[in-house]
Design a protein around this ligand. Structure first.
Ligand code: FDA
Length: 502
């Protein structure tokens, strides 16, 4: 069968130089299920009915990846590459055709060069491991990437990657200066060898269409030794609507050093009727001291009434702990934990280019009250993001975006899945008049299969239905690069870039 043919091909190619059983896990191996579930972040895909990989490969060396690609091609097995397993739709570990997973968990070394202010990071490392490694060497260097420490470098960097200092420094992918990829022919290429087209494509176009990206070289950025954090939650009764209206006007125009996002959810009502109310938390990170932040907020957003009491000064790595939900005085080692308890969830994204009117917000509050645990995260753009052109990388959401929205709902039991999926789709439909249109934009790293999927042999024209939403007109160049690097469309999935022939 396909599995034993693959195994034979693999051991033959490697001339038994590696113990295959340590690297290849078949459905009969005791390591298979724990490995499969280890970084499976969305429990929606833990159901037994979800298709499972024939094999899981956990390479320790690049030649094992080269061999896996060559043998998979021979045997007609598709490949799913997994770094941190946080794909919202499980595309790094679920497929409807026979497939194997290349799980990069063993390829996670990080080499920091403080003198040169750069780092080489293998794709299987997590953001937490990267932040930890930087903090071990310097308290005035950082890296602009996401807030959740368990997110994997491989998926995150190849799809963009934003966090609390992106208004100052751009996306993770904007700070990549070299990379290493194993291509469809099993060749290992660095930036110089892959050429600027492919190097462009993997910085925001998603890695999974182009090969297995094994490592990234990035520029580290400078952070001040003192940063300031604050969080001010306001319920509707405490004027959240008016504050949010003002936030929409100023959030993308604040100095680049100030990131102020707003998070909407439900809160127990402070009154005694036991009900819930909508609450909006205004949470900020300022790259500087509170003595400068407080007057800055007074000038730009006096209505929020930020006081010194609301502020906590800390070093940058403590702000990483803070935004990850950890105690800022605890050990940094929590950043190294790779698997965290998780739930089933569905998320979607939007971009806002003109403030949502009050009437729109009122309807939104009603929709939030229909759900048990809804969260909306509104991330302000502007700053450095507006300075980078839309075509500089495949990530096109630059000048003109006020803020991005992430809609998120999670639940415990998969029996409830349809109910929550219905709710979030209804919410998305409700938001249509208030967000970007033609195309309605979306963030690739918040993968959403509702916006469109490939079928067998989907053409470039058909794939534009979802491709333009993630990439705008960069989608065409992505499809051209795909044609150069993988014309037979070996690396493919529900939202992979189709090859566009000349
Ligand atoms: P995973 O391993 O699932 O891969 C995601 C996709 O990339 C898959 O298609 C996979 O095949 C492909 N891929 C992975 N590694 C590859 C490699 N080495 N070569 C080629 N292809 C590869 N985003 C953000 O911008 N800011 C944030 O703060 C957060 N926060 C956050 C929190 C939580 C809890 C989740 C679940 C997600 C986020 N994200 C996020 C979204 C996150 O950036 C996105 O899900 C990334 O793609 C996850 O990368 P992983 O490597 O973990 O995922």
């Amino acid at each position: 069968d396909i599995d034993s043919s693959f195994l034979q091909c693999f051991s033959l190619a490697l001339k038994n130089s590696t113990s295959t059983s340590k690297v290849i896990h078949t459905q009969n191996s005791s390591s298979y299920t724990p490995l499969l579930q280890f970084s499976q972040r969305n429990h929606r895909f833990l159901n037994s009915s979800v298709p499972k990989p024939n094999l899981i490969v956990t390479p320790n060396e690049l030649f094992q990846i080269q061999t896996t690609i060559i043998c998979s091609k021979k045997q007609g097995l598709q490949i799913r590459v997994r770094s941190g397993g946080h794909d919202y739709e499980g595309l790094s570990y679920v497929s409807n055709v026979p497939f194997l997973i290349i799980d990069l968990t063993n390829l996670r070394s990080i080499t920091i060069d403080i003198k040169e202010e750069n780092a080489w990071i293998q794709s299987g490392a997590t953001l937490g491991e990267l932040y930890y490694a930087i903090a071990n060497k310097s308290n005035v260097h950082g890296f602009p990437a996401g807030s959740c420490p368990t997110v994997g470098i491989g998926g995150h960097f190849s799809g963009g990657g934003f966090g609390t200092i992106f208004r100052k420094y751009g996306l993770a992918s904007d700070n990549v200066i070299d990379a290493q990829i194993v291509d469809v022919n099993g060749k290992i290429l660095n930036r110089k060898m892959m050429g600027e087209n492919l190097f462009w494509a993997i910085r925001g176009g998603g890695g999974s269409s182009f090969g297995v990206i094994t490592a990234w070289k990035v520029k580290l950025v400078n952070v001040p030794s003192v940063v300031t954090v604050f969080n001010i939650p306001k319920s509707l009764e405490q004027n959240a609507t008016t504050l949010f209206m003002k936030w929409q006007i100023i959030a993308n125009k604040l100095p680049n050093e100030l990131f102020l996002h707003s998070v909407m959810g439900l809160d127990a009502k402070s009154s005694s009727d036991g009900g819930k109310t909508v609450a909006v938390s205004f949470t900020g990170l300022y790259l500087g001291k509170q003595k400068n932040l407080v007057p800055l907020m007074e000038n730009n957003f006096a209505e929020l009434n930020l006081q010194h009491d609301n502020c906590t000064e800390m070093c940058w790595i403590q702000s990483v702990l803070y935004f990850a939900g950890y105690s800022i005085n605890g050990s940094l080692k929590v950043l190294l934990q790779r698997n965290k308890t998780s739930t089933s969830f569905k998320a979607k994204s939007d971009y806002v280019t003109k403030p949502i009117p009050m009437s729109g917000l009122e309807g939104l509050w009603n929709m939030l009250l229909e759900e048990k645990n809804p969260t909306l995260i509104m991330s302000p753009y502007g700053g450095r993001m507006s300075e980078i052109s839309e075509s500089e990388t495949p990530f096109p959401h630059r000048n003109g975006i006020i803020y991005g929205i992430q809609y998120l709902v999670d639940w415990d039991s998969n029996e409830e899945t349809p109910k929550h999926m219905d709710w979030i789709r209804k919410l998305y439909a409700y938001m249509t008049p208030y967000v970007s249109m033609c195309p309605r934009l979306a963030y690739m790293n918040y993968r959403d299969l509702d916006i469109g999927v490939n079928r067998e042999n989907t053409s470039y024209e058909e794939a534009k239905s979802w491709g333009m939403k993630y990439f705008k007109s960069n989608f065409e160049r992505l499809a051209q690069v795909k044609n150069e690097i993988d014309p037979s469309n070996f690396f493919r999935h529900e939202q992979s870039i189709p090859p566009l022939s000349a």
